[in-house]
Design a protein around this ligand. Structure first.
Ligand code: DHB
Ligand code: FE
Length: 313
């Protein structure tokens, strides 16, 4: 049965009351958004003839999503984080601030306050003795290629199971999470282990919806970065290791061509020794270009809820 009620005075009046338009208090911005949101939800119900049964399934789904703590996991899966990035890129372009290394999504698994060191850090705790050793290194420069000393390169990645310390309580504190301050040549180097890709919890709410869309919930092997230095635009980005089955099929839509990086196996003994290693390893090089800005609000990461953020270090 197809009925059309959206244009009736009764429904329009209902929406205005729902959003508190006829009440003094509250927050105008929230009222405006909720009015538009509920209008669009009602419109979807009308246009697609959503049945009460379908509607209540959606309500129970939202309940479970919250109970599982997966709202910030579903969001990127539905392209929302990517969409926000598309908007930020467009804003940068409008403000004449595009260029430099491209941004990509943060993901929900950052933990603030990782140990900080100068020029070099070992990121893994050594517990995975058979993991492939990764040397991750690069130079931070401005757009003209001038090295930037004292930039903070905040790096985090998953272990060989695709799991992140803190969220995976079996890992040691801050395992695979470090902040490295670039040296006088703008260089940073990390010794770590090659990460595996991430998969959404198979029994979770996100995967449940992805299944209904005929989609998988996998991300390629990747490494996250925040890079900051006063006077430059804060950069949130990731690299994806080339050759992963999901490099160009990321459920969170974070891959960008400029951010696909080769992982090169190095068998040369002398090069291993230069990094204090006595066996072959895999080298990943990622050079980063920051864009100058005097706008202080663009120099730090945008606000969102992050584990351990705002707590004493
Ligand atoms: C998501 C992002 C990640 O980097 C990750 O490791 C897992 C999930 C996400 O955007 O949902
Ligand atoms: Fe990740």
């Amino acid at each position: 049965m197809t009925v059309k009620t959206m244009q009736t005075a009764e429904v329009q009046d209902l929406l205005e009351k729902v959003a508190g338009f006829n009440k003094e208090g509250g927050n105008e911005r929230v009222k405006t958004i909720v009015h538009r949101l509920m209008h669009d939800v009602f419109q979807i119900i009308e246009d697609l003839d959503v049945t009460p049964d379908e509607f209540w399934q959606a309500v129970y789904y939202v309940n479970e999503l919250g109970q599982n703590g997966e709202a910030a996991l579903l969001a990127p899966g539905l392209g929302m984080d990517k969409y926000l990035d598309i908007r930020l890129d467009a804003e940068d372009e409008q403000a004449g601030l595009s260029g430099g290394t491209p941004r990509t999504i943060e993901g929900p698994l950052y933990v603030a306050g990782a140990p900080q060191s100068e020029a070099f850090a070992r990121m893994d705790d050594g517990s995975d003795e058979t993991a492939e050793i990764m040397i991750l290194t690069g130079q931070v420069t401005d757009e003209n290629g001038q090295p930037l000393a004292n930039a903070v390169v905040d790096v985090w990645h998953a272990d060989r199971k695709g799991a992140y310390s803190y969220f995976d309580q079996s890992q040691s504190e801050y395992n695979l999470r470090r902040r490295i301050v670039t040296d006088e040549n703008g260089r940073y180097t990390a010794r770590s282990i090659i990460p595996s890709g991430y998969g959404c919890p198979p029994e979770g709410s996100t995967q449940q919806l992805l299944n209904l869309l005929g989609r998988h919930g996998n991300r390629p092997a990747h490494i996250h970065f925040f890079i900051s230095k006063p006077g430059f635009k804060h950069l949130t980005t990731q690299i994806n290791l080339a050759g992963d089955a999901y490099t160009y099929d990321d459920f969170a839509f974070a891959t960008r061509d400029e951010l696909v990086v080769d992982a090169n196996r190095i068998e040369d003994h002398a090069e291993a020794e230069a990094y204090g290693l006595n066996k072959p390893f895999t080298k990943v090089e990622f050079n980063i270009q920051l864009v100058r800005t005097d706008k202080s609000e663009l120099q730090s990461r945008h606000e969102r809820k992050r584990a351990l953020e705002g707590e004493p270090a």
